[in-house]
Design a protein around this ligand. Structure first.
Ligand SMILES: Cc1cc2nc3c(=O)[nH]c(=O)nc-3n(C[C@H](O)[C@H](O)[C@H](O)COP(=O)(O)OP(=O)(O)OC[C@H]3O[C@@H](n4cnc5c(N)ncnc54)[C@H](O)[C@@H]3O)c2cc1C
Length: 426
């Protein structure tokens, strides 16, 4: 895939080693076979193995090959869409339960890191930055409503001057600071979950792309060199699904997104641009997001592509945006660039469900999955174990397929994004 250069910054700073993992060869039997070794799949493997299930996980590449090992690493409460949109389709009571679960997802991330001693540089603090006056207005109204309707008081409005305690730039009209959010090294986090799953008894196979799922009296998950016979299949492929389960076609679309990493900036310059070391994203529809790494590089993400081909002039454009925020970074070397696939749904809410009692899926976090995918793994384990309530709360969010059929879906999505990108300029 053209958005998969061999070594991202995350690969270069990988710290977690797994017990030997090999491709699947021959036939295996499991209670649950998980397809996909990202946060969703690894968290599900861990939570199922802890409950005593025999678990086999099959990953097409290496663990963390997909979005989980490439992401911006921002850990955020909430969803890829605002709560009023969720309320409008599930009602306020259910929306309140969903909001609480999104907070639980952030807490769970922290707990998993602590319990399994995962070295992934977790930092707390998130800034949502207003680029335009209308963003500032909307954010203040949002924070007021979240406090009034959801009792959530974690978001604090900061005027442009106060914002400089966190992000030292003149570019923003203020922003919301949320101490619950934060950032981490996503590949080490994913590998840490995989290691914990192995220790709990799950068996992981890598370089084992699933080519077919045969369903009947017995379910058989087939790779080119082996097969897993199982009671339940859990599809955790997100944007990398690629037609494997035709019933799920059109429910999510994949969008490529990119990140650059500067050379190490040194402690003084790093503290000068991001004094409180937060994760930051701006309020544009096609948003930019950034944070410092543990070794004080700026990891700056943004830009999208629908074809999977890297847009021309990507480095130059991203660097220019970075320097326009922080002029002191002019001339800073870019050491790494990589991309990955984000799985988005039409309404930007996550899409969980089951085709029947033998096939479950959770995907479509719409750029908001680093924390939610960990919770998804736990909810999948609960549901398979017979406690379906919380999984079903998320599964109750209605989803429509992207319009346009197989041929027109991508051009229509690109057109819609062009509209929003133009609107970002107003
Ligand atoms: C560049 C980028 C930046 C992002 N930034 C953030 C962020 O800052 N904060 C945030 O919350 N979210 C972010 N996201 C989204 C977040 O990374 C995802 O929502 C989350 O990682 C999804 O995890 P997952 O396990 O469901 O999917 P993935 O991590 O994508 O894992 C799916 C796995 O399935 C495997 N697979 C697919 N098909 C098969 C098959 N046939 N057989 C076997 N294996 C298969 C793939 O190889 C892949 O490893 C970002 C995503 C990208 C790409």
């Amino acid at each position: 895939m053209s958005v998969s250069p061999p070594h991202s910054y995350y690969h270069a700073t990988r710290q977690v080693e797994l017990s030997a993992t090999t491709p699947l060869a021959g036939e295996r039997t499991a209670d649950v076979c998980i397809i996909g070794g990202g946060v969703t799949g690894c968290s599900a493997a861990l939570h199922l193995a802890e409950r005593g299930y025999r678990v086999v996980l099959l990953e097409a590449g290496e663990i963390g090959h997909g979005a989980s090992g490439r992401s911006g690493g921002q850990i955020l409460p909430g969803f890829g869409t605002e709560m009023p949109a969720i309320e409008s389709v599930v009602g306020l009571d259910a929306a309140r339960r969903l909001w609480a679960m999104s907070g639980e997802a952030v807490d769970l991330t922290q707990r998993l890191i602590a319990t399994h001693d995962i070295p992934c540089d977790l930092r707390r603090g998130y800034v949502h930055a207003a680029v335009k006056p209308r963003h500032a207005h909307a954010m203040r109204a949002h924070a007021e409503r979240m406090a009034r309707v959801y009792g959530y008081t974690g978001e604090r409005w900061l005027d442009p001057e106060s914002l400089r305690d966190h992000v030292r730039t003149d570019a923003y009209r203020g922003g919301l600071f949320d101490a619950a959010g934060g950032h981490l090294h996503p590949l080490n986090y994913t590998l840490g979950l995989a290691r914990a799953a192995q220790r709990a008894g799950a068996t992981l196979y890598v370089r084992s792309p699933v080519i077919r799922v045969e369903r009947g009296d017995v379910t058989r998950v087939m790779t080119a060199s082996g097969c897993v016979r199982c009671d339940v299949v859990l599809v955790a492929c997100n944007a990398y699904l690629d037609g494997l389960v035709p019933q799920l076609d059109g429910r999510i679309m994949r969008v490529s997104n990119y990140i650059i990493a500067t050379e190490p900036l040194g402690d003084a310059l790093a503290a000068d641009i991001l004094p409180s070391d937060p994760a930051v994203s701006d309020a544009n529809f096609v948003l930019d997001y950034y944070r410092l790494s543990a070794d004080r590089r700026l990891l700056y993400g943004g830009e999208v592509s629908y074809s999977g081909r890297e847009p021309r002039g990507l480095d130059r454009r991203m660097q220019a945006k970075m320097v326009s925020l922080f002029p002191a970074l002019a001339g800073t070397r870019i050491d790494y660039r990589w991309g990955g696939q984000v799985g988005i749904t039409l309404n930007r809410a996550p899409d969980f469900g089951r085709l029947d009692e033998t096939l479950y899926y959770a995907h479509g976090y719409s750029g908001h999955g680093m924390a939610l995918a960990g919770l998804a793994g736990q909810l999948l384990a609960e549901a398979i174990d017979g406690n379906t309530g919380r999984f079903d709360d998320i599964a109750a969010i209605p989803h429509r397929r992207f319009p346009g059929g197989e041929r027109l879906r991508v051009p229509l999505l690109a057109l819609a994004t062009t509209f929003y990108r133009l609107r970002d300029r107003w």
